[in-house]
Design a protein around this ligand. Structure first.
Ligand code: NAP
Length: 320
């Protein structure tokens, strides 16, 4: 099969398309023929070699893919050859024509969702669902700000929160991103490049503040977030690319909580709950991943530049 291989950590160009042997499923494993693979920011951090997780070289990047089950190993009963599935993690890497997965990381892909949409689910939708319900414990009727709503996790969070009966506000940094987030049905969108957007957001809640803020760039926004929370408000730190200085008194004044999360820490029992909800949402059509760009597998280097550039408008996927 063809697969992207990384033989040394570094710039996007270290990712090269190579011919490698087809993997074969062992006990408890599933072999998926990939139709689309999702590109996540974390795969760029890992590629540089500076992230906490450093795979042994050479390796194939990628966690999220969608495709058709090619073969299953002994003891696998969740799926059978020919099933449409999406993955939430792989053993051999998702930027490839085939990926070996643990059976617990393979989930049914309803017929209403395309393969490209299936490739947008694993990391982004699971992150958004866990942030909203397992970390912030949001309940219907609460008000949520998705700070960075135009990207993979942000669009997922908007759809998940709206479907649950939350009042949803969002931010984006470009005209296209703002239009996209509005189309998804959020109540008001703010421009996170504008200096006054925090005050505007606070005013839009009538001065009450947000019960929940899902934060994609905490180093830029955390200090300000703490000032626009409602009493008992929670900020979930989903993304951060640097340090932040906060005034701890802002948490005292509102009995506020700052909650970190990493999908890598999610216990198996929680993962099962999350993916049961996501499969149901894909099937009912409340969850409709938005694809911003489709690129061939050989364009993996370009996809890593694009995912780290401003102007998100949905998910970037690679097509083998
Ligand atoms: P993405 O598709 O590249 O989207 C990035 C988002 O961040 C876009 O909506 C972008 O908006 C927004 N953004 C840019 N500048 C911002 C600012 N000043 N304030 C608020 N938002 C801003 O990435 P993603 O897949 O959605 O991931 C988002 C972040 O979460 C990344 O840092 C990623 O590493 C992290 N993440 C963490 C976990 C976890 O387990 N904790 C899981 C998944 C992702 P514009 O482009 O419109 O400016």
């Amino acid at each position: 099969m063809k697969a992207i291989r990384v033989r040394a950590f570094g710039l996007p160009e270290v990712m090269r398309l190579e011919e490698v042997p087809d993997p074969a499923p062992g006990p408890g494993q599933v072999l998926v023929r990939i139709r689309a693979a999702g590109v996540n920011p974390v795969e760029t951090y890992i590629r540089t070699g500076t992230y906490a997780r450093r795979p042994a070289l050479p390796y194939t990047p990628g966690n999220d893919a969608a495709g058709i089950v090619d073969a299953v190993g002994d003891g696998v009963r969740r799926v059978s050859a020919g099933d449409r599935v999406y993955t939430s993690e792989t053993v051999t890497g998702a930027y490839a024509e085939l990926a070996l997965c643990d059976a617990t990381r393979v989930h049914p892909l309803p017929g209403s969702a395309s393969y490209a949409q299936g490739a947008a689910v694993g990391v982004p939708y699971a992150t958004a669902w866990r942030a909203c319900f397992q970390r912030a414990r949001a309940v219907p009727g609460e008000t949520v700000l998705v700070h960075g709503a135009s990207g993979g996790v942000g669009i997922a969070a908007v759809q998940i929160a709206l479907a649950a009966g939350l009042r949803v506000f969002g931010t984006a940094g470009t005209a296209d991103g703002i239009a996209l987030v509005l189309r998804e049905g959020v109540h008001v969108v703010f421009d996170h490049r504008s200096a006054g957007h925090m005050e505007e957001a606070m005013a839009a809640t009538g001065g009450r503040g947000f019960d929940v803020i899902l934060e994609m760039l905490a180093n830029a926004n955390l200090a300000g977030d703490l000032k626009i929370l409602a009493m008992g408000g929670r900020v979930v730190v989903i993304g951060s690319r640097g340090t932040a200085e906060i005034d701890p008194r802002d948490t005292m004044a509102r009995d506020a909580s700052i909650l970190g999360m990493s999908l890598f820490n999610m216990p198996d029992a929680d993962r099962a709950v999350v993916h049961a909800a996501l499969v149901a949402g894909l099937g009912s059509g409340t969850l409709r991943p938005v694809i911003g760009r489709e690129l061939p597998l050989s364009a993996a280097p370009e996809s890593h530049v694009a995912v780290m550039s401003p102007g998100a408008r949905g998910k970037i996927v690679l097509l083998p």
